[in-house]
Design a protein around this ligand. Structure first.
Ligand SMILES: Cc1ncc(COP(=O)(O)O)c(C=O)c1O
Length: 365
């Protein structure tokens, strides 16, 4: 049996007609860059996610960049970023010329360790980027409370956490702003790039709208240095088709995760530990194993796709050498990068495929 790690064609095949019809309507009405599909999606996604408002942009990375600009972060400022996350969480600070200050992650949730933050805050610290990694909300209460007491803003990188909650609160709605990605492999993915900025601040959202369109409030009059970061109509059209299925697809991811958690008994495998404060939406199901590469080769032989997400912690990335970090600085992040392996968890997997993965893992010697 072959079990794909991700299979976008399988995900889209049942929706093809609906997607083509939606795109055909966009071609006819002509709203290709922003326009009615984007407006409808901004509203629908905000409602589904439970955030106050959204602004559509070209990607999750652009969302992070525009949030940093809208918060006025720049040279001379410091931003705390988890050492284990996707690189774009760090681009938040890098793109605006702020200094990145890495912090280690919690070994249970793989998200920013609240205990590591306070000692890193200086008078230059302007923001903390919290990534809700692999679909698991970070432990927000202690982070928000330290940030508030020290006058630091919290920004949520929710690129991997559509519909995730923390103690019943929506991710993306707890900090100053949240960034979501609709890259095709995300829990909600378009047929290309896409992202939104979420915030309770209408002022921030209005400013982001100006920044995403060349810094212009009035045609050909540019008040700010802006960017071309508009969400495309065709992407919004496809996301509007896919959004109503997101809740069901998330429940299916959670069901597969429960099968893995209950079924995998191979003693050297460390399973992800569900957090007390909110169920993961399982963008990834990431296990740890001391012989990760041998396990991965074995799974490949069995026809099972897997991925190493991520093989390098950010403080050891060549592009951040200039920051002066070294091996041993963030032990939890380093251990995870060494031992992590993500198993197939896409909602389109059949029960038979899930069973096959469990049996293969349990037979690993
Ligand atoms: C945690 C995280 N942050 C940010 C991004 C950036 O999103 P995008 O690929 O849409 O630019 C991604 C996705 O790739 C991500 O996984």
């Amino acid at each position: 049996m072959k079990v794909p790690f991700i299979d976008l064609q399988r995900a889209h095949a049942p929706l093809k007609e609906e997607l083509l019809e939606a795109m055909s309507r966009t071609i006819d009405h002509g709203g290709y860059c922003l326009g009615p599909d984007v407006e409808a999606f901004e509203k629908a996604f905000a409602d589904a996610q439970g955030v106050a408002g959204c602004v559509g942009v070209g990607s999750g990375t652009e969302a992070l960049h525009l949030i940093a600009l809208a918060l006025g972060i720049g040279p001379g400022d410091e931003v705390i970023v988890p050492a284990f996350t996707f690189i774009a969480s760090a681009w938040f600070a890098q793109y605006v010329g702020a200094r990145i200050v890495f912090a280690d992650i919690d070994p249970q949730t793989f998200t920013l360790d609240p205990n590591c933050i306070e000692s890193l805050i200086t008078e230059k610290t302007k923001a903390i980027v919290v990534t809700h990694l692999f679909g698991q909300a970070a432990d927000m209460d202690p982070i928000l409370s330290v940030a508030q007491s020290r006058g630091v803003k919290v920004v949520e990188d929710a690129a991997q956490a559509h519909l995730a909650q923390y103690k019943g609160r929506a991710v993306g709605d707890m900090g100053e702003a949240g960034a979501f990605s609709f890259y095709p492999t995300k829990n909600l993915g378009g047929l290309g790039e896409g992202g939104v900025i979420a915030s309770r601040s209408t002022e921030l959202l209005e400013h982001a709208k100006v920044l995403r369109a060349h810094g212009s409030k009035e045609r050909y009059l540019n008040h700010f240095v802006g960017y071309n970061n508009r969400m495309e109509g065709l992407q919004a059209a496809s996301l509007n088709v896919k959004l109503p299925y997101l809740r069901g697809k998330t429940a299916r991811r959670q069901k597969i995760a429960r099968c893995y958690l209950g079924g995998i008994r191979q003693t050297d495998i460390q399973l992800p530990m569900p957090a007390r404060y909110g169920e993961s939406v399982y963008h990834m199901f990431t296990i740890r194993h001391p012989e990760r590469d041998r396990l991965r080769a074995y799974l490949t032989e069995q026809g099972i796709g897997s991925d190493i997400v991520y093989p390098y912690p950010l403080h050891l990335q060549p592009c951040f050498e200039y920051l002066g970090y070294g091996l041993g600085d963030f032990p939890v992040s380093e251990e995870l990068a060494r031992n992590c392996l993500s198993l197939p968890i896409v909602p389109e997997l059949t029960d038979e495929e899930v069973d096959y993965v469990i049996k293969a893992l349990n037979a690993f010697a």
